[in-house]
Design a binder for this molecule. Sequence first.
Ligand code: PEP
Length: 253
Amino acid sequence: MPQRKVKPLIAGNWKMNGLRNAAKELRRMAAQCAKSPKPKADVLVCPPVQLIWPLRETVKGSPIRLGAQDCHPKASGAHTGDVSAEMMADVGARAVIVGHSERRTDHGETSGLVRQKAEAVHGAGLTAIICLGETEAERDAGRTIRVIGKQLQDSVPADSKPQNTIIAYEPVWAIGTGRTPTLKDIEKAHKALRTRLVKRFGADGEKFRLLYGGSVKPGNATEILAIDNVNGALVGGASLKAADFIPIVQAAG
Ligand code: PEP
């Protein structure tokens, strides 16, 4: 399968956690990545935006790249309190997470807005990590594949490329709960997303990275990362400590 050639990515989403002293933990992560065996996966850490610039020195010379969380769809203007993808690129971010369920739920973000944000990320020359996933009620109603298929269609810009777009499948009910879908259910969801990407983008559809996110931990990372069409993980809580995050990085490959 061509998807096996996709290099995995382990991305950490620090959410609204981290002060300047977070450099200590990130330094630990960078040091552990430098040890043998070298990570076979690409590694991204997305701290709160104010830490990107100071932390760029901390990851210098390591395989860890820095990303950001969420952005405004415009590059600049009268939008008090917002931060643009261009600003994130300016301070050293390589990627921006958009469409996270915490944004969709807490801020009422629609897939249409998520698409505009992803377009802004592309416009800034960065990679958009576009999150999607069903709620527990949608899962219980047997609507998972339909829901995530529609989110994919509506959230992913038409001119997306595997080089600037990553899809993260994150069941809402699995985020921060310690619960995960069965391996079979993850496989089914990722296969459905892959099929839709190929239908929409042709051969390129095989090359988009599809990350799984939702309670990934050192204890379940190996089996999740071995699933067909799972090209890495988006990790929340377990990305805050090197002792949890690095074993997940090492499980990929
Ligand atoms: C997330 O918020 O993207 C996430 C996957 O969180 P957690 O790993 O804590 O479930």
